[in-house]
Design a binder for this molecule. Structure first.
Ligand code: ADP
Ligand code: ADP
Length: 224
C-alpha cells in the first residue's frame, strides 16, 4: 500500500528560470524508510517541502496519506494530522520547556492536558530525555535538542515523518546516535520515514535510497 504517490511533479522558481523539480515520479510504501540524496541545489528540500505541503507544485500530481495535495484546501489540517517534521536546525522554542515544546503539535487536538503530557512524556522517555523535561532547550546539547525535535515530530502519531538533514548540525558520533534513534522509532511508532541527506553513508541507512540531480530522480537503490 502506497502512502505517497507522486507523478510528473514539477516546480520552478524565479518565473520558471530555476527548475527545482523537473518531472518527479515516486511511490513510497506505508512504513518504508526512504532517503533522498543528491548534491546541494538538486531539489531535495523542495521535494520534501512538497510532501509536507509546505509548498505547492506547478504541475503533476502528489498524493500523500490519501490526500490530493494539488486539490486539498485544508493543508494545515493535513500537516498537523499526518506529518511530523525534523529539520537540521530543530526549531525549538527557546522560552518553553522541553515538555512544552514536545506538546506543541498536540495543541490543536482535542486531547486533555493530562493526555497531552502523558504522550509527551512517553516520547521523551523513548528519546531518553525524561530527566530534562523541565529544562529549556538552550540548556541542552545539539544532540539532545535534536532528540527533543524527534519526540515533537512523533507526538501526534503522524503517518509520515519528514527529516531534512537531521544530523547536519551535529558531530558524527552524535549524528550516529540520532540516526539510530530515528531508525528505532520508525519501527516502534510504525511511521513512514523520508529523510533528506547529502551524505551517502547516511542515505544507506535507509531501506531504499533515491538519488536526485537537477530536479530529477537519476537512481534508485535498495539497501541491504
Ligand atoms: P537541495 O535541497 O537539494 O539543496 P533545494 O530544493 O533547496 O535543493 O533547491 C533546488 C533549487 O531551487 C536550487 O537551485 C535552489 O536555489 C532553488 N530554490 C529552492 N527554494 C527556492 C525559493 N524559495 N526561491 C527560489 N529558488 C529556490
Ligand atoms: P538545503 O541545502 O538543506 O536544501 P537551503 O539552504 O538550500 O537548504 O534552503 C533552505 C531554505 O531556503 C529552503 O526552504 C529553500 O526553499 C529556501 N531556498 C533555497 N534556495 C533559495 C533561493 N535561491 N531563494 C530563495 N529561497 C531559497
Amino acid at each position: 500500500e502506497n502512502i505517497i504517490e507522486i507523478h510528473k511533479l514539477k516546480k520552478s522558481y524565479d518565473k520558471g528560470k530555476i527548475k527545482a523539480l523537473n518531472g518527479i515520479d515516486l511511490e513510497i510504501k506505508k512504513g518504508e524508510f526512504v532517503s533522498i540524496i543528491g548534491p546541494s541545489g538538486s531539489g531535495k528540500s523542495t521535494l520534501l517541502n512538497m510532501l509536507g505541503a509546505l509548498d505547492t507544485a506547478d504541475e503533476g500530481t502528489i498524493n500523500v496519506a490519501g490526500v490530493d495535495l494539488t486539490k486539498s484546501r485544508d493543508l494545515s489540517q493535513f500537516r498537523s494530522k499526518e506529518i511530523g517534521f525534523v529539520f537540521q536546525l530543530h526549531n525549538l522554542i527557546p522560552n518553553l520547556t522541553v515538555l512544552e515544546n514536545v506538546q506543541i503539535p498536540m495543541l490543536e487536538t482535542h486531547l486533555s492536558s493530562e493526555k497531552r503530557e502523558e504522550r509527551a512524556m512517553e516520547l521523551l522517555k523513548s528519546v531518553q530525555l525524561e530527566d530534562k523535561v523541565n529544562q529549556r532547550p538552550t540548556k541542552l546539547s545539539g544532540g539532545q535538542r535534536q532528540r527533543v525535535a524527534i519526540a515533537r515530530a512523533l507526538v501526534n502519531h503522524p503517518s509520515i515523518v519528514l527529516a531534512d538533514e537531521p544530523t547536519g548540525s551535529l558531530d558524527s558520533k552524535t549524528g550516529d546516535i540520532i540516526l539510530d534513534l530515528l531508525k528505532d522509532l520508525h519501527k516502534k511508532e510504525n511511521v513512514t520515514l523520508v529523510m533528506v541527506t547529502h551524505e551517502p553513508y547516511v542515505a544507506n541507512l535507509a531501506e531504499r535510497s533515491i538519488t536526485v540531480k537537477d530536479g530529477k530522480i537519476i537512481e534508485e537503490k535498495i539497501n541491504t
